[in-house]
Design a protein around this ligand. Structure first.
Ligand SMILES: [Zn+2]
Length: 429
């Protein structure tokens, strides 16, 4: 009963609008560390009547909002752009709104003029107004104007590179498959570029500080990882290309069709091939996170616990059971520490606004540990069958934990209410 109540409270949410496409023009100024731009947002109304709408807009300054050529009344408060429509729109209406903006983002966009480098760090709404909610997917045309001649990566396919006549060029990427906006981004710099064609996927490795041989060594397991996760997911890798770039500094991040990691991390992998866990983690996100996405951050463990767990599963097949067990043991210890400190809580966690290190440990490490416990509970065959069923059914969609529980119950033929009540919806005890 408890779970039934929770289930209905945590199903995938209906939102007032669904953005279907962003057409963005972004012009960063590397030296000044500022950005200006314009984004055309195509959206559909999903409620009976809509008088106003809201987009996330970080600390950007909004210069104008237009519906066709008409200016729209708007205001910004609490990092949200509130737009009033001239008259209420009705369910099913689709229209486009154009937003002009500028700003000097403190987050979300990393300017490194010393290295002629620029890259995004999550938080898309810090450099382009957008819906942050991970449950809203849209396709994207992204045009970024940069100093000419840089190597670069963005979402989807590079459609064109056009000189602007002032020493700059505009790179236009098109991402057709709809993605949540937090997976939008780009990186550009004076990168060396290594290309490989493996298993029908074009791989690119980009970095400033490594030679070709080193890049090949750092990313040597990429295609093996892609193959492994595709098999575990029961879903092919959804893109024609996968790019990895080692940028000046980042904690490691997955984006649609590519990943950014730091140069320091690249050095670690050169020293020890088994440091490739982060490479695997970001690749796993292309299925769990990017493909099957938590509907809101309260179910973030479905992204991060999964990416961590799948990394352990990859290491199990790559290096043997000991590597897997070592990871499980680390997570188990962390969960014990959380419990001892009174910091443990449910995996499904509504207050994911300002997460502490302990909150992150719950989502990333306890989340992965609970997947291990679930595999022990239902057995290998049912576990992987359930993972495949869940991933296939929800690929390209938003999910909540209820969707995962149902898939595992279908695959195992077991009622898992007790397991989920104990490990997912409550602090462990
Ligand atoms: Zn992750």
């Amino acid at each position: 009963m408890l779970l039934a109540a929770l289930s209905s409270a945590t199903a995938v949410a209906q939102r007032p609008i669904d953005v279907t496409h962003y057409d963005a023009r972004v012009v960063p100024d590397l030296a000044a560390k500022t950005v200006s731009g314009s984004v055309v947002v195509t959206l559909r109304v999903d409620v009976p009547a809509l008088a106003a709408l809201e987009l996330d807009t970080g600390a950007l300054t909004i210069d104008a909002v237009r519906l066709r050529s008409a200016s729209l009344a708007h205001s910004v408060a609490d990092k949200k752009l509130h737009i009033t429509l001239p008259r209420p729109a009705r369910a099913g209406d689709t229209f486009t709104i154009t937003i002009d903006y500028h700003g000097a983002p403190k987050f979300g966009l990393e300017f490194r003029p010393d290295r002629s480098e620029i890259y995004t760090i999550f938080s898309t709404s810090q450099w382009m107004p957008a819906i942050d909610a991970p449950g809203d997917r849209a396709s994207l045309d992204l045009r970024v104007t940069l100093p000419a001649g840089l190597a670069a990566v963005g979402n989807g396919r590079l459609v064109s590179r056009t000189r602007t006549g002032d020493g700059r060029e505009t790179l236009h990427w098109r991402q057709r498959r709809p993605l949540p906006s937090y997976l939008y981004g780009f990186a550009a710099g004076r990168y060396r570029e290594v290309r490989e064609q493996r298993g029908g996927i074009s791989l690119r490795h980009l970095a400033t500080s490594f030679d070709e041989k080193q890049l090949q060594q750092i990313f040597a397991d990429t295609s093996d990882m892609l193959r492994f996760f595709a098999r575990r997911a029961g879903v092919r890798y959804p893109d024609e290309r996968y790019t990895q770039a080692l940028v000046a500094q980042t904690i490691g991040q997955e984006l649609g069709g590519f990943a950014l990691m730091s140069e320091d991390y690249g050095r670690e992998v050169l020293d020890d091939a088994r440091a490739s866990g982060l490479i695997a983690h970001e690749i796993a996100h292309q299925w769990w996170g990017n493909g099957v996405t938590c509907d809101d951050w309260g179910h973030f463990w479905l992204n991060e616990g999964f990416a961590n767990y799948m990394t352990a599963a990859y290491f199990e097949q790559r290096y043997g059971r000991d590597e897997y067990d070592r990871r499980i043991e680390r997570w188990r210890k962390r969960v014990d520490e959380l419990k001892a400190a009174g910091k443990d809580h449910a995996l499904v966690y509504a207050q994911w606004n300002k997460p502490t290190a302990d909150d992150r440990a719950v989502v990333y490490q306890k989340g992965a540990y609970v997947l291990h416990l679930l595999r022990e509970r239902v057995g290998d065959a049912a576990f992987w069958k359930g993972i495949r069923g869940y991933t296939r059914k929800h690929f390209g969609k938003a999910v909540t934990t209820v969707d995962f529980q149902r898939a595992m119950e279908r695959a195992s033929g077991e009622d898992l209410d007790d397991f989920f009540a104990r490990w997912v919806y409550a602090a462990s005890h």
